[in-house]
Design a protein around this ligand. Structure first.
Ligand code: NAD
Ligand code: KPL
Length: 305
């Protein structure tokens, strides 16, 4: 009998993973926030995945964190700001050697989770797949992409990557996962806050070349100082390439702000500024960007952490 995938969080990415795993025959259980959410889920009759215009429903079984069944493999699919508390609640159910896969964007939440569950093997992931919710328990698979996974403490790939291949989840084991997460964080810091401040699609940043270039130069300095030279390589040209390739899109942070949702600022720009301070590195434009973003979030009635 193969190991059950416990999926914490039935949002966009959690549903995208849970439905594809369930479709391939892997055992999956959802962990929902509380009894009220569990009852609502059961009344809906399962998770719905919309892919290429086709709708499929999967009656993936679900439970609350209070369930007593031990967890051997946990996919954490909540936002970065919820991950530490959510996993802490499950810690008593995690046996030694349990694997915890962390799908959160940015940096900071992964270490906070690892501290909560020292008995577990924590695997970090970085994904370019895109999904959004168009209703309760319904997710649209919007952007096909790729997921890189890695373990900063142990280079050997886990055997269950086969489950991902069977489920059609494009992925690769990456022994330099921190480099990939730092690179993504730098891209997000150079693009996302500016799209909020200028209230624009990514492509409009082509008109703000100097501002983008200045930020990239400070981000490059930061990456080099914290031992990530590979993540710093040609950062500006990569940022310009992404701005061009995603010109018609709104960044994820812009989408969060437009929908009045809390952003992951503390795990992106906030994390970069905190690490710079720890290294006694003065990065005036990045710091000013953080201040401007915090002011904007406050003016919109949104949290700035
Ligand atoms: P989401 O808000 O759609 O889903 C998160 C889910 O977690 C919600 O349903 C929420 O209720 C649930 N949750 C929160 N705390 C919980 C708890 N204690 N117990 C049970 N459930 C809990 O978020 P998302 O878009 O799926 O993003 C998850 C992470 O993946 C983020 O860090 C995001 O940046 C990253 N990411 C998302 C996408 C995407 O396309 N959506 C792409 C790449 C990376
Ligand atoms: O990842 C992104 C996001 O919107 O979060 C891109 C498209 C790279 C912009 O930073």
């Amino acid at each position: 009998m193969s190991t059950t995938w416990h999926v914490l969080g039935a949002g966009s990415l959690g549903t995208l993973w849970a439905t594809r795993l369930a479709r391939s025959g892997a055992p999956v259980r959802l962990i929902l926030r509380d009894t009220a959410r569990l009852q609502a889920y059961e009344a809906a009759g399962g998770l719905t995945l919309v892919e290429h215009g086709e709708t499929q429903r999967f009656a993936v079984p679900a439970e609350t964190p209070e369930s007593i069944e031990p967890i051997s493999r946990l996919l954490v699919a909540c936002k970065a700001y919820d991950a530490e508390a959510a996993v802490a609640k499950l810690a008593p159910r995690l046996a030694p050697g349990t694997e915890v896969i962390l799908l959160q964007n940015g940096l900071g939440s992964q270490d906070a989770v690892a501290m909560q569950v020292p008995q577990a093997r924590c695997i970090f992931a970085s994904s370019t797949e895109g999904a959004f919710r168009d209703g309760d328990w319904r997710v649209v698979f919007a952007g096909h992409g790729f997921t890189w996974l890695g373990d900063t403490c142990h280079p050997v790939a886990p055997i269950w990557l086969e489950d991902l291949s069977t489920a059609g989840i494009p992925h690769e084991w990456n022994t330099e996962i921190l480099t990939r997460l730092w690179r993504k964080l730098a891209l997000n810091c150079a693009i996302n806050p500016l799209t909020v401040l200028h209230d624009c699609r990514n492509g409009v940043l082509q008109d703000h070349h100097c501002e983008v270039a200045t930020l990239c130069s400070e981000l490059t300095e930061l990456l080099e100082r914290c031992g990530q030279p590979a993540a710093a390589e040609n950062l500006l040209s990569e940022v310009e390439r992404v701005i061009h390739a995603t010109a018609a899109n709104y960044s994820s942070m812009h989408q969060d702000v437009t929908s009045q949702r809390r952003t992951e600022i503390s795990y992106l720009l906030g994390y970069a500024c905190k690490v710079a301070e720890r290294h006694q590195l003065t990065l005036p434009h990045l710091t000013q960007l953080q201040q401007r973003l915090i002011t904007r979030l406050h003016s919109l009635g949104l949290p700035s952490d």
